[in-house]
Design a protein. Sequence first.
Lengths: 114, 115
Amino acid sequence: AQSVTQLDSQVPVFEEAPVELRCNYSSSVSVYLFWYVQYPNQGLQLLLKYLSGSTLVKGINGFEAEFNKSQTSFHLRKPSVHISDTAEYFCALNYGGSQGNLIFGKGTKLSVKP
Amino acid sequence: GAGVSQSPRYKVAKRGQDVALRCDPISGHVSLFWYQQALGQGPEFLTYFQNEAQLDKSGLPSDRFFAERPEGSVSTLKIQRTQQEDSAVYLCASGLGLADGETQYFGPGTRLLVL
């Protein structure tokens, strides 16, 4: 069975500092990996996704993630965060033949402090 | 263009009541998904439609949950005889239905509170 683990439930960080949100997955088949962001009282918005090819994926709002197959990880990074990045971040996967339904981690709450 | 919309945004129900939650996907999107997000958790898959066909309902937690998409566009998730454990945010997402790994576009969700 496939699963996603987000290792940190909360990450506090000061404005303009770098941040890394960790995501590990478990799967016996090849996967597609996603990061979504959820602002309060809003739906999920796609930040970036990995399908194939280059393992470094760049997304919106200055975020990037690196797919590491040997470590089964897909960590999200940003070199300098803003107050407006305060939100909940979800890592998710699906796989070939899954009909597209996403398997999500439990989420990481990023709090950016001035 | 318009994104995925859901209504109502908030619903309070007394235990035992039936509720109906509506999802309007992006026009032309073939795939439609329903997810349940409990407090402090990630979304969990409930059911999937391709056009009007419900191809996967393996995530529906009980036979009190029923979903339909009769004309391949708007979808309704119905919960009969609501229980307190049904309290959650119900998210709808749609996609082009072209391939695995495609982007799903999420609505704002319906927050259901069962008293």
